[in-house]
Design a binder for this molecule. Structure first.
Ligand code: PMP
Length: 427
């Protein structure tokens, strides 16, 4: 059923490293060949072999309204007809910034960029420039894009200065990155004892890059308290959770407020975009107002702005969408858990708004190490068998899944029924 994709993949591998433009797409952790996509429509993906899949990935989050939403499509086409890029200011940027700023008490200004990687990289530069400090704290299992200082791994699993996790990143560029266990207040305190030069903590308040693992309220409060005590800034990376976990992202459902927020793919509704945002005071340090340099030829691209604006307005006009999406996410994972247990397979599940995750393990994972103890072989078989039945789940247990408005309860129930059949053979 994947013959054409297999051939397309072989051809791609000849001219693109690993056949893909972003590593996770190669299906390395589950094996097999990734289906090559021909088109998307609503809740569904269609591949070049003619297979149809219910899409639980939604371009890794951005498509809250599914594929080819009529309103977003219209806004994009209308804008594209006036020109694809000007490298000059447009009202669309101001309008989208206004819509975002209006939603958050702790934000006055937004700067748009073209990806999540750029957003977090720029936010860190801003935090360093504002505080005049150099070190940053990041947590194991949180992903903030592929900029050099964020590609680090733990030395010992304890609070430690990170070593590069990729060849090509000089150790000199990660020596200012302190790595610490997610949800461990004790390790976080140790980081602050170890360095008096901490500019910021960057965290996914709802981690979606080690599967779905939310930070505890206690942990986030400790992040806030320690930042305040030591004159550091708190960055919530909401590239994935922004507009997904709730309209206001993780910030909308947590007691803790960050100093800087980063957004990404979701605010572009499928177009390349990112943003970082903070108070007037913090943002005033940014060039051309201030001295901290940051720029981008395609930043605030009009077509991306138009897509984001239409999507955000639709979400604001129809807030009930969030309730519906989170009910559907719960229906899916509760159903999966039920059939897993019926078949004697331990499964841990979680949701936050329209984000969901499931792990083949006995105990709910609280950090990256816990996730590493899950049964990855079982996940790979589950993934492959579900794909054959027409369900497109994220191709790694380290990734979250997403529900869009076009997925119906009937779709979800059909998925659970097929998952039951697959799990019978998973023991
Ligand atoms: N931060 C988070 C939380 C992300 O999930 C991602 C991408 N998955 C990024 C940053 C990087 O975004 P991009 O891939 O657009 O560079």
């Amino acid at each position: 059923m994947f013959e054409k994709s297999i051939k397309a993949y072989e051809k791609a591998c000849e001219v693109i490293p690993g056949g893909v433009d972003s590593p996770v797409r190669a299906f390395k952790s589950v094996g097999g060949t990734p289906p090559f996509i021909k088109k998307g429509k609503g809740a569904y993906l269609y591949d070049i072999d003619g297979n149809k899949y219910l899409d639980f990935v939604q371009s890794w989050g951005p498509l809250i309204f599914g594929h080819c939403n009529k309103d977003i499509e219209k806004a994009v086409i209308k804008t594209a007809k006036k020109g694809l890029s000007f490298g000059a200011p447009t009202n669309l940027e101001t309008k989208l910034a206004e819509e975002i700023v209006e939603m958050f008490d702790n934000i006055d200004k937004v700067r748009f960029v073209s990806s999540g990687t750029e957003a977090t990289m720029s936010a860190i530069r801003l935090a360093r420039g504002v505080t005049g400090k150099n070190d940053i704290i990041k947590f194991e299992g949180c992903y903030h894009g592929h900029s050099d200082s964020l590609l680090v791994q733990a030395g010992s699993g304890m609070a430690t200065f990170g070593a590069p996790s990729s060849p090509g990143v000089p150790a000199d560029l990660t020596k200012h990155t302190l790595l610490c266990e997610y949800n461990s207040v004790e390790q976080l305190e140790k980081c602050f004892e170890q360095s008096s030069d901490i500019a910021c903590i960057i965290i996914e308040p709802i981690a979606g890059n080690m599967g779905l693992v939310p930070a505890t309220n206690e942990f986030l409060k400790a992040c806030r308290k320690l930042c305040d005590k030591h004159g550091a800034l708190l960055i919530f990376d909401e590239v994935m959770s922004g507009f997904r976990a709730s309209l206001k992202g993780a910030s909308g459902i947590l007691d803790v407020q960050a100093d800087i927020l980063t957004f990404g793919k979701v605010i572009g509704a499928g177009m390349p975009v990112g943003a970082f945002a903070a108070s007037k005071e913090i943002m005033s340090h940014l060039s051309p107002e201030g001295k901290i340099y940051q720029a981008g030829t395609l930043s605030g691209n009009p077509v991306a702005m138009a897509a984001g604006l239409e999507s955000l307005r639709k979400l604001k006009d129809n807030p009930e969408i969030y309730d519906e999406l989170s009910k559907k996410a719960k229906r899916l994972v509760d159903g999966l858990k039920k059939v897993a247990y019926k078949n004697g397979i331990p499964l841990q599940v979680n949701t936050r708004g329209s984000m969901f995750g499931f792990f083949f393990c006995e105990k709910e994972p609280k950090n990256f190490k816990d996730v590493g103890l899950c049964d990855f072989k079982r996940f790979a078989i589950f993934h492959h068998e579900m794909l054959k039945k027409g369900f497109y789940f994220a191709c790694s247990q380290y990734e979250a899944g997403f529900i869009c408005t076009e997925i119906t309860n009937k779709d979800i129930d059909a998925c659970i029924k097929d998952a039951d059949t697959v799990m019978k053979n998973l023991k």
